[in-house]
Design a protein around this ligand. Structure first.
Ligand code: 26W
Length: 824
């Protein structure tokens, strides 16, 4: 019967229309005469979901049968964005569904636009996880993602009087067709309680963790379809629920209010994504989230391993676990606990299994982003884990002492425990000690972590444990989906869609760089993307911009190290230069639209002031007729993945201007260049490797280098370096009240003066302005610019996330593809 009736979902237009109508009438319980765009979206999504589930089932069956080594990607954030368009493209359904939906009286664009983003991430780290899942699926790897199903994703940003205000992102308000609730997959997770020691039958000392509270983790599975393959992998997101038994005793005891309160506490755990990016805030609830997620995931992974009845020594041959930053570091401790306390394996044997299983990716060197948790907090929530951490540390330091004797200073520096009052657990140290490999995310970053934050570890481990895996992005979402016009041109020119699975093939575009027709269509694609963005800007902000102007974009989380402040200071300089010009002089100037977007962490006062300054400058500039449209400034509210898909393809130049050495990699830089946008950037993160690939004629680089930063900071601190004169002039303009009450901006200006300027805006300012001039000059040569734009895309093969995943798979995880076997 299975053979006869199972999995019969065809992909042609008529089958889609049939399933659409079935879902409207049954799933949505609507009449077919009463469907709006949103119900059309839901019905289409459910039709696609059916097809995804079939592939997902076949994939899981194949993986169970083959039972080869799997990789588990543990990430507290998966910033997926929308799913419908991506699924249609990856499954190859776009044309049939597009035609089908049109005949039903809708346009695909309107339908796609109904979907709310899945925004379970802050920025770079979360979006990277999403790109990596796309590549893992596309390349047929047996992979799982594990994360949390937050009820509220990253907050929605709105502007009021130029200030950011935050609103909850209740993304699950309507049903979410992209998740499969697995109410049968439930894991108990314990907190608090106490540890007791006993002697087992063989006379070994053993520990039990008893008492405390038990919560339940419920699995929600999110299918991730590969492009052009049957492979459809899974992200398992855990949601917290109270354990029913636990409540009933409370109810029986008549403690109704207490029971309800505890119920709410349990559900709180996965309620909200912490909105801090690159900044540690030591909230107990965040630590609870981390353990809840890690405990449920490891239980699931171990349960799957045990099904195959292989010996424990095979665990690292069957399982690779990647730690996406330090957020899942407790997984190391949890696996050691499972092996030693629950499975009765000796400490050393268990520890060998643990360290061969885990690998750790570092995504930032900012000191304020390093996770440290107070020992008393861990002791209270996870008493047994705290003991295990102390033991891990003891045995580690004993090894260090043996290898490098009599160096107490080194022991203190390497220790997993920071000996302050209270003591703290340094999560990065624990992650390094518990992993067999540690990697940074771009060449410069991977070198810097060896010289700065992790330098002491090199003394003990040598260099070989530390390596580089330069980040990548998926060309499926970031070119094919976001830029259909350019994608079509590329496919036609190269004669096939193979470039979508092998991005190096873009090199083939080079031989068309002088082809008139090709160039014309290249330029036309960019222009139509700019028109699309101009429409969006008008809708979102009311500001009218000219699509023929140079679009200059900086979109990313607002952070001092990313220097949006320097950008807006440069805008003020430009504005006041334009104001001094005559009409004739201005006629020769390249018109610019400067576009900002990004969220500031709700508690990050200075970042929020930067947003206010941008909006205040925009108000003055956009309403000043005297400069005759030569400059517009726009802050696009609520920057997110689906807004990025509109902004990025429309950019002429984008800014990636972090203080050298501070941006680990950046990934939007790759997205812009892939879409034929040029970069204005510092010698930082992946900018450097992009420059190596596309050539320094095709990128505008400026500013001091990473190795100069320490000395420059020292100079600010101890020698009275004068503020750069152009910068001082801009500061004076702000202080004169040109952009409103200058007292508002005093704390912001203060970050530049009095021997501070930690991010070296003054030191880079002149070089920044000079390079902006160069950008203007280059843009005047439209033919030259088009050549650069084509050359940029053509050389971006390296930055496909497929290349990155291939490196992780071969060099760290040691996993092989498992093509899905189709029964029919
Ligand atoms: C504990 C608070 C916290 C939260 C998030 C600290 C650090 C983070 C992330 C690791 C910050 C982050 O997203 N880093 C970014 O990672 C990207 C992917 O590797 C890089 O491209 C960015 O340069 C890096 O800032």
């Amino acid at each position: 019967l299975w053979e006869k009736y199972g999995a019969d979902e065809s992909d042609d237009k008529e089958s889609f229309q049939k399933s659409f109508i079935r879902h409207v009438t049954t799933t949505l319980a609507r009449s077919i005469y009463n469907i709006d765009n949103f119900s059309a979206y839901q019905a289409t999504a459910h039709s696609v979901r059916d097809r995804l589930i079939n592939r997902w089932n076949e994939t899981q069956q194949t993986h169970t049968e083959v039972d080869s080594k799997r990789v588990y990607y543990l990430s507290l954030e998966f910033l997926l964005g929308r799913s419908l368009d991506n699924a249609l493209l990856n499954l190859g359904l776009k044309d049939n569904y597009g035609g089908g939906i049109k005949e039903l009286g809708f346009t695909m664009e309107d339908v796609l636009d109904q979907e709310v983003d899945a925004a379970l991430g802050n920025g770079g780290l979360g979006r990277l996880a999403a790109c990596y899942m796309d590549s893992l699926a596309t390349m047929d790897y047996p992979a799982w993602g594990y994360g949390l199903r937050y009820t509220y994703g990253i907050f929605q940003q709105r502007l009021k009087d130029g200030y950011q205000i935050e609103f909850p992102d209740y993304w699950l308000n309507f049903d979410n067709p992209w998740e499969l609730p697995r109410l049968d997959v439930v894991v108990d997770v314990q907190f608090c309680g106490s540890v007791n020691r006993y002697t087992d039958e063989e006379g070994h000392k053993r520990y039990v963790w008893e008492g405390g509270d038990t919560l339940q983790a419920i699995a929600y599975d999110v299918p991730i379809p590969g492009y052009g393959t049957k492979n459809c992998i899974n992200i398992r997101l855990w949601s917290s629920k109270p354990k029913r038994q636990f409540d009933l005793t409370r109810f029986n005891e008549g403690q109704y209010e207490q029971a309800v309160y505890e119920q709410m506490q349990a559900e709180n755990i996965t309620a909200v994504l912490y909105p801090n990016d690159n900044h540690m805030v030591g909230k107990e609830l965040r630590l609870k989230q981390q353990y809840f997620w890690v405990a449920a995931s490891l239980f699931d992974i171990v349960r799957r391993f045990k099904k195959s009845e292989k010996p424990w020594s095979d665990f690292p041959l069957q399982v690779a676990i990647q730690l996406n930053d330090t957020h899942p570091t407790l997984a190391i401790v949890e696996l050691q606990r499972i092996l030693v306390d629950l499975e009765g394996i000796g400490w050393d044997e268990a520890w060998a299994i643990v360290t061969q299983t885990f690998a750790f990716t570092n995504h930032t060197i900012l000191p304020e982003a390093m996770e440290r948790w107070p020992v008393p907090m861990i002791q209270y929530l996870l008493p047994r884990h705290m003991q295990i951490i102390f033991d891990i540390n003891l045995f580690f330091l004993q090894k260090v002492e043996k290898a490098i004797p009599n160096n107490r200073d080194l022991l203190a520096k390497l220790s997993i425990i920071e000996e302050s009052t209270p003591q703290f657990v340094r999560m990065a140290h624990l992650a390094i000690v518990g992993s067999h490999r540690v990697n940074g995310v771009a060449a410069l970053h991977s070198e810097l972590i060896k010289k700065t934050i992790f330098k002491d570890f090199i003394q003990f481990y040598g260099e070989s444990k530390f390596e580089n895996k330069t980040n990548g992005i998926t060309p499926r979402r970031w070119l094919h989906q976001a830029n259909p016009k350019l994608s079509e041109l590329i496919t036609e020119t190269l004669g096939s869609k193979n470039w979508l699975k092998n991005l190096d093939l873009l090199k083939g575009l080079k031989s068309y760089v002088d082809n008139k027709d090709f160039r014309k269509r290249w330029v036309a694609a960019k222009l139509s993307n700019k028109v699309r963005l101009a429409d969006y800007i008008q809708k979102a902000t009311g500001i009218v911009v000219n699509s023929n102007a140079l679009f200059d974009v900086q979109v990313k989380r607002i952070h001092e190290y990313k220097r949006q402040f320097m950008n807006i200071l440069g805008v003020i300089h430009r504005y006041n230069t334009l104001k001094k010009m005559t009409s004739e002089e201005r006629a020769c100037v390249v018109h610019r639209v400067v576009i900002f977007g990004g969220k500031a962490a709700p508690g990050y006062y200075i970042a929020k002031l930067v947003i206010k300054l941008i909006n205040s400058v925009a108000d003055v500039v956009n309403n000043d007729n005297s400069i005759e449209d030569s400059l517009k400034v726009v802050f696009i509210p609520d920057y997110n993945v689906s807004v990025a898909e509109i902004i990025i393809p429309a950019s002429d130049i984008s800014q990636h201007i972090s203080t050298a050495g501070t941006e680990a990699s950046g990934t939007s830089n790759m997205k812009f260049v892939l879409n034929g946008g040029l970069i204005l950037g510092t010698v930082d993160g992946a900018n450097i490797e992009i420059c190596e690939e596309i050539g320094d004629d095709n990128i505008f680089m400026f500013g001091n280098l990473a190795h100069q930063v320490d000395d420059l900071r020292h100079a600010h601190r101890y020698r009275n370096v004068p503020v750069d004169p152009s910068l001082q002039a801009v500061i004076n303009d702000i202080e004169s009240g040109q952009f409103g009450d200058s007292r508002i901006f005093a704390p912001l200006i203060n970050t530049l003066t009095h021997g501070k300027d930690y991010y070296l805006i003054s030191d880079d300012f002149q070089s920044y302005l000079d390079t902006q001039k160069l950008v203007d000059e280059s843009y005047k040569d439209q033919e030259g610019w088009t050549t650069k734009s084509i050359m940029c895309s053509a050389h971006m093969g390296k930055f496909s996330s497929d290349r990155a995943i291939q490196e992780y798979a071969d060099q760290i995880w040691e996993i092989k593809p498992v093509p899905v076997m189709t029964k029919k």
